[in-house]
Design a protein around this ligand. Structure first.
Ligand SMILES: [Zn+2]
Length: 995
C-alpha cells in the first residue's frame, strides 16, 4: 500500500475559464472489471484474455483520492469514473489564474501486470509508474480525458518536489534529481552489507494458453505476502525536478548501482546482481547514446538520467527508463537506446502519445536504427549474439528489416492510417506497424527528401524551439514549412492520414542520336502508387560513370546535393519521360540507390529485364535480401539411394525481400543409374489478387517419379490480422507418373501409370492455444488419368489439457472414404503415412537412404515409422490398407518426470517427452490388385517418447525424433511376431507435422 499527499499549484495558461479539473487514476485500471480489464478480455480472448483475470483480488490495485481541498481549505466534490476523476472547483480558474489543491491518496500497488507493479518477472520489487493522481492536459483541443487501456500517456509539464519513504534497505531510482544524496549514501555506507531478503527469481516458463507473465506473477505473489510482513526502519529519498511531465521510480533492495558523470549529467545504472554481467557494456552505450543525441538532436537539459532494470519490457519516463534486463546484447542495447531516445522526443517534445503515437515512437525508432548503426555498424546490428552468427548472417540490418516488414504489411492490405487513436487500431501488430514502422519509414522519406545533413539541421532547430512544450505533428509540419518555404500538406497527408503507397518504376531506356549527332537518352518512368515523391534517378554511362537527376514531384520540392534538378513530374501524369543529352550512351538507370525512398515495390526501380541479382553460397538461416536485390543461394548436394547410389547435384533457392517469387531448384545425377533428375518449385504471394493468396507450382523428376503440381491457397483470419478462427483453403491440380519402381523401399507399394487429380482442401482452427483443428481433403481423378477414382478424408484433432505443463490428452480422429480404382500409393493406410505422403520426405522417399533392415527385419518387423493416416504404430508390419478407414488415436503426453528434479537442462535427459497411447481403428474395401484390408476393428496400446534435440538451435527449425513402443495389439496376426498380443515392438521416426 502506498499512501501519499499531493499538493498541486495549477496555472491556467489557456484563454478559457476552467470550472473543473480532470485527473487520471491509472491504477484503477488494475481492478477487476475495469475498462482495461474488459478491453483486453475481449481483444485478447484468443490469447487467454487479460492478465487481470489470473490475479487474485488481493494482488490487484486501485487508487483512492480523499480530502481534496483548495487553497482556502474548502473540501471539493469529486466524481470518479474508472481511471478518470473529475474535481468540481468551488471557484472557477480564470485565464491566467492559479489554483492550489491538496489531496490525500492511497494506492494499492498491484502485482506487475502492465508497466507498473510489484515484483516484475525478473524479481524487481517495485516498478512504480502512473501511480499518483495525474492531471489531464487541457489545451486548445479541450480536456484530454482518456481512460487507461494500457497504452500511452500525456501529461502537463511541472516543477516537482517528491519525497519517497520506503523501508531503509531499498535502493531507489527516480525521475528528477536526488537532493538528499549525501545523507542517504552516508547512511547506507554505515549499515551492514546485506539487509535484503532472498527472493524467488522466476524463470520464463513456457506458457501456452495463459498470457505471458501469469506463471511468474503467481510465483511472486507468495513473495509479496512474505515481504509485507517484514518491518524495518524507513528512509526518505527526496527528488526535485523541473520541466518534466511525469514522475516514475523503481526500488529494490538488491539493486547494484553504477554512477558516473557524463557531460554534466549524473547517470545511474541500476540492475539486479544476476544481470550485472550483461549490463557491463551499458556505461559505454549510454554515453554514446547521449553523445549521439546531443550531436544530432539537442542537449539533454536535466541533471540526472537513470536506467533501471524494472517494468515489463522497455518503457520511457522523464529522466528514468525501465528495462527488463535478461536480454541478449543487441536487444539490451537497442531497447536502452530506444527508451533513452524517448527522453528527447516523448520527454522533451511531449507529444500526445494517445492520439499521435507515431510522433514519438516513429521518430524514436528512426533514431534507434541510426544509433544501432552507429554502435554496431550498418549490418549485423540485430538479434545475433555470437561472433559465429554475425559471421554467418552478416546481412541482418535493422533499416531493411523495418522496410521489408512494413512493405509486406502494406502489400497484404492490413495497413491503417498512422494518425489513428492508439486505442482504436484493429490489432497490436497494426498499431506497431503504423506508429513504430511507418513512423520510422516516414522519417526515412524525409531523409530521402532532404538528405541526412539537412534533415539533421532541421531537427536540431525544431528541437531547440519546441523542447519543453507539447508538440503536435502539425507543429512539426508547419515548422518545416516555415524553415524550407515548401508546402508540405500533401506529403504529411499522404503518408500519415492515408494508406496509399509509393511505387515508382523504370519502364525502359532508349539511346539515340539527335540531329546534332549527340547521344540522347530517353528514360520512361511510371508511377503506380498514389503517393508522389521526388524521384532521384541515377544513370550509368557505358564507361561506368554515374550521373544523377532529381525529378521534383512538386514545384517546391527541395534540391538535393549532387543531383541536377530536372523538370517537375506533375501528379496528374502516371508516366514521365526524361530526355537528356549525355556524353555516352546510358547503360542502366536506377531510382534511389540509398534505400530511403519508401517504395514498396523496388524490383522495378532498376532498368533491365532482370532485377538486380546476387549469388551466395547457402547459409543455414539464409541471406537477408536488401530491398532491391533478388538473392539466390546455392550449394552442392549429395544424397544416397539404392538405385542411384551416390547422387550428386546442385541446389539453389532464390528470394525477394518481401517473400515474393521464391524459387527452389535442383539438378542431380545418379552415379550408378546414370540418370539426371531435377526439381523446381515456385511460390509467391499474390498481393494483387488479395490478402493471403498464394500460388505454388512444382515440377520434378525424382527417384522414378515424374510430377507436376499447381495450387492456389488462401488463408482467412477471423477478425484482425492473425486473429482466429483461421481458415485455409487450397485448390490444386497434380499429374504424376511412376516410371521406375526400383527405388521403392521394401513393403512400399506404388503402381505405375498416370495418376492425375484435382485436389481441394480446407483447414480450420478456431483458437490459438489448445485449439481443435480440422482438415478435410477431397481428391478426384481428372483427364488422361489411368486410374479413375474419388476419395475424401478428414482429420479432427483436439487436445485436452488435464493439468497444464504436466499432462495433455491429445485426441485425433481420422476417417477416409474412396470410390473407384485407387492406386495403392493413394489408398488409406492403417498404420502410418501413405507412400505418397512418404515421398514428400527425402529420408523416406526411396530405398537405401535409411537402412533396409529398418523397413523389414528378419522377423518381418518394421522399425522405421512415418506417422500419419490411421497412425496405429502397432500394425506397421501389416501394411493394412483399403478404401475406407476410421481410426481414433489417444496420446497422453506427459512432462518429463525428471524435469522438476533437475534444474538445469541436461542434454538427453530432460529433453524427453514421455507419452502413453491407445488407438482403435480399421480399414476395409478392396481396390486394384491387392487386398490388405482387415475386416474388423483392431486396437493397440503402448508408450513412447518424443525427443527434442535442444542442441539444434531454434532458428534451424523444430526437429523431433519420436520412438513408439506398441507393446500390446489386439490382433497379433497382423503384427509381425505372430501369436503374441504382448511383445516388445519398437519404431522410430521423425515427427510428422500432419497432426
Ligand atoms: Zn518507444
Amino acid at each position: 500500500m502506498l499512501t501519499g499527499r499531493q499538493k498541486i499549484i495549477y496555472t491556467n495558461n489557456s484563454p478559457d475559464t476552467l470550472h473543473a479539473l480532470h485527473m487520471n487514476l491509472y491504477v484503477n485500471a488494475f481492478r477487476k472489471n475495469s475498462r482495461m480489464h474488459r478491453y483486453h478480455e475481449e481483444r485478447d480472448k484468443y490469447y487467454g484474455g487479460s492478465l487481470i483475470s489470473y490475479v487474485p483480488e488481493a494482488y490487484l490495485g486501485y487508487s483512492k483520492v480523499q480530502n481534496i481541498r483548495d487553497e482556502l481549505g474548502r473540501l471539493l466534490s469529486q466524481r470518479e469514473d474508472d481511471t478518470l476523476l473529475e474535481i468540481t472547483l468551488a471557484e472557477a480558474i480564470p485565464p491566467g489564474g492559479v489554483c492550489t489543491l491538496t489531496l490525500d491518496f492511497e494506492v494499492k500497488i498491484p502485482a506487475q501486470i502492465r508497466r507498473m507493479g510489484r515484483f516484475n518477472r525478473e524479481g524487481v520489487s517495485f516498478s512504480i509508474a502512473q501511480w499518483y493522481p495525474k492531471l489531464c492536459v487541457y489545451d486548445h483541443r479541450g480536456w484530454h480525458k482518456n481512460y487507461y487501456l494500457a497504452r500511452e500517456f500525456f501529461g502537463e509539464f511541472a516543477t516537482w518536489d517528491v519525497s519517497i519513504t520506503l523501508p531503509a534497505h531499498y535502493i531507489v531510482g527516480a525521475s528528477g534529481h536526488l537532493t538528499n544524496a549525501d545523507n542517504i549514501y552516508a547512511m547506507m555506507m554505515s549499515e551492514p552489507e546485506s539487509t535484503s531478503m532472498d527472493r524467488v527469481l522466476p524463470s520464463n516458463g513456457n506458457q501456452d494458453s495463459i498470457p505471458e507473465g501469469v506463471e511468474s506473477l503467481q510465483r511472486n505473489l507468495a513473495e509479496i505476502t512474505r515481504q509485507q510482513s517484514v518491518t524495518v526502519p524507513n528512509r526518505t529519498w527526496r527528488y526535485h525536478a523541473e520541466d518534466i511531465h511525469d514522475f516514475a521510480f523503481a526500488a529494490d533492495p538488491d539493486y547494484k548501482v553504477e554512477m558516473f558523470d557524463h557531460r554534466g549529467v549524473r547517470v545511474n545504472l541500476l540492475c539486479l546482481p544476476d544481470v550485472e554481467q550483461r549490463w557491463a557494456p551499458m556505461k559505454e552505450w549510454v554515453t554514446k547514446i547521449i553523445d549521439y543525441m546531443e550531436a544530432h538532436v539537442g542537449r539533454y537539459p536535466y541533471p540526472e538520467l537513470t536506467v533501471a532494470q524494472a517494468g515489463d519490457g522497455g518503457m520511457e519516463y522523464p529522466n528514468i527508463v525501465f528495462i527488463t534486463g535478461r536480454r541478449g546484447n543487441f536487444s539490451l542495447a537497442s531497447v536502452t537506446a530506444h527508451e533513452l531516445i524517448h527522453n528527447w522526443f516523448y520527454g522533451l517534445l511531449a507529444n500526445d502519445e494517445t492520439h499521435e503515437a507515431w510522433f514519438d515512437e516513429g521518430i524514436t525508432s528512426y533514431y534507434t536504427t541510426r544509433l544501432m548503426e552507429h554502435l554496431f555498424g550498418r549490418y549485423a546490428n540485430r538479434e545475433y549474439e555470437t561472433e559465429f552468427q554475425k559471421k554467418w548472417f552478416p546481412r541482418e540490418d535493422a533499416r531493411i528489416a523495418t522496410f521489408t516488414g512494413w512493405a509486406h504489411w502494406v502489400k497484404q492490405g492490413y495497413e491503417e492510417p498512422v494518425l489513428t487513436h492508439s486505442d482504436y487500431f484493429k490489432s497490436d501488430p497494426s498499431y506497431s506497424m503504423a506508429t513504430y514502422y511507418k513512423g520510422q519509414i516516414f522519417m526515412n522519406a524525409l531523409e530521402y527528401r532532404y538528405g541526412r545533413e539537412r534533415l539533421d539541421s532541421l531537427m536540431r532547430d525544431f528541437f531547440e524551439v519546441y523542447q519543453k512544450h507539447h508538440t503536435l505533428t502539425d507543429d512539426f509540419k508547419r515548422f518545416l514549412e516555415y524553415k524550407t518555404g515548401e508546402k508540405l500538406d500533401s506529403l504529411f497527408d499522404q503518408w500519415l492520414n492515408t494508406i496509399e503507397y509509393c511505387d515508382y518504376g523504370i519502364a525502359h531506356i532508349t539511346n539515340s542520336k539527335n540531329a546534332a549527332g549527340q547521344n540522347q537518352v530517353k528514360v520512361k518512368l511510371v508511377r503506380r502508387g498514389a503517393i508522389t515523391m521526388p524521384v532521384d534517378l541515377y544513370l550509368k554511362l557505358t564507361d561506368g560513370s554515374w550521373t544523377g537527376v532529381r525529378i521534383p514531384a512538386r514545384h517546391d520540392d527541395p534540391n538535393k546535393p549532387g543531383l541536377k534538378r530536372w523538370t517537375e513530374w506533375p501528379a496528374s501524369d502516371p508516366t514521365y519521360t526524361l530526355t537528356m543529352i549525355t556524353d555516352l550512351p546510358v547503360d542502366r538507370a536506377e531510382i534511389d540507390t540509398s534505400g530511403r525512398l519508401p517504395d514498396i515495390f523496388r524490383m522495378n526501380n532498376r532498368s533491365g529485364f532482370l532485377p538486380k541479382t546476387e549469388w551466395h553460397w547457402q547459409r543455414p538461416l539464409g541471406i537477408l535480401p536488401t530491398a532491391d536485390t533478388y538473392v539466390i543461394e546455392h550449394r552442392p548436394s549429395l544424397w544416397y539411394n539404392q538405385t542411384d547410389a551416390a547422387r550428386i547435384g546442385w541446389k539453389m533457392r532464390g528470394k525477394w525481400a518481401t517473400d515474393e517469387h521464391q524459387i527452389k531448384a535442383g539438378v542431380y545425377a545418379g552415379t550408378r543409374s546414370r540418370t539426371i533428375d531435377y526439381e523446381i518449385t515456385y511460390s509467391t504471394p499474390m498481393y494483387s489478387i488479395g490478402r493471403q493468396v498464394f500460388v505454388d507450382m512444382a515440377s520434378y523428376k525424382l527417384d522414378g517419379v515424374f510430377q507436376n503440381e499447381l495450387s492456389f491457397r488462401k488463408k482467412w483470419f477471423g477478425g484482425a490480422y492473425e486473429r482466429p478462427p483461421y481458415y485455409d483453403v487450397s485448390l490444386g491440380l497434380r499429374t504424376s507418373r511412376r516410371f521406375n519402381s526400383t527405388y521403392l523401399n521394401p513393403g512400399v507399394f506404388w503402381e505405375k501409370g498416370d495418376v492425375h487429380v484435382l485436389t481441394a482442401s480446407l483447414q480450420w482452427q478456431p483458437q490459438i492455444f489448445d485449439s481443435p483443428r480440422l482438415k478435410m481433403t477431397v481428391e478426384t481423378s481428372t483427364f488422361a488419368s489411368d486410374y479413375t477414382f474419388t476419395k475424401a478424408d478428414l482429420t479432427y484433432y483436439k487436445p485436452w489439457v488435464l493439468k497444464r505443463n504436466v499432462a495433455t490428452l491429445e485426441s485425433r480422429i481420422f476417417a477416409g472414404l474412396a470410390d473407384g480404382n485407387v492406386p495403392l500409393q493413394d489408398q488409406f493406410y492403417l498404420a502410418g503415412a501413405s507412400p505418397r505422403q512418404m515421398f514428400v520426405n527425402p529420408w523416406y522417399r526411396s530405398g537405401g537412404t535409411l537402412p533396409e533392415k529398418g523397413w523389414r527385419d528378419a522377423s518381418g518387423q518394421r522399425h522405421i515409422y512415418y506417422d500419419g493416416q490411421g497412425s496405429m504404430a502397432g500394425y506397421a508390419d501389416s501394411n493394412a490398407l483399403g478404401m475406407h478407414i476410421i481410426a481414433i488415436n489417444l496420446d497422453l503426453k506427459l512432462t518429463n518426470p525428471l524435469k522438476p528434479l533437475i534444474k538445469k537442462e541436461i542434454l538427453f535427459i530432460t529433453q524427453f517427452e514421455p507419452m502413453l497411447f491407445f488407438d482403435a481403428g480399421g480399414v476395409s474395401g478392396k481396390s486394384g490388385k491387392r487386398r490388405h484390408s482387415i475386416p474388423s476393428l483392431v486396437f493397440d496400446a503402448g508408450c513412447g517418447f518424443r525427443y527434442l534435440p535442444a542442441f539444434i538451435p531454434s532458428w534451424m527449425g523444430n526437429y523431433a525424433i519420436k520412438a513408439e513402443f506398441p507393446l500390446w495389439v489386439s490382433d497379433p496376426s497382423l503384427a509381425g511376431q505372430s501369436g503374441k498380443s504382448w511383445a516388445f515392438r519398437w519404431l522410430i521416426g521423425f515427427e510428422n507435422a500432419i497432426r
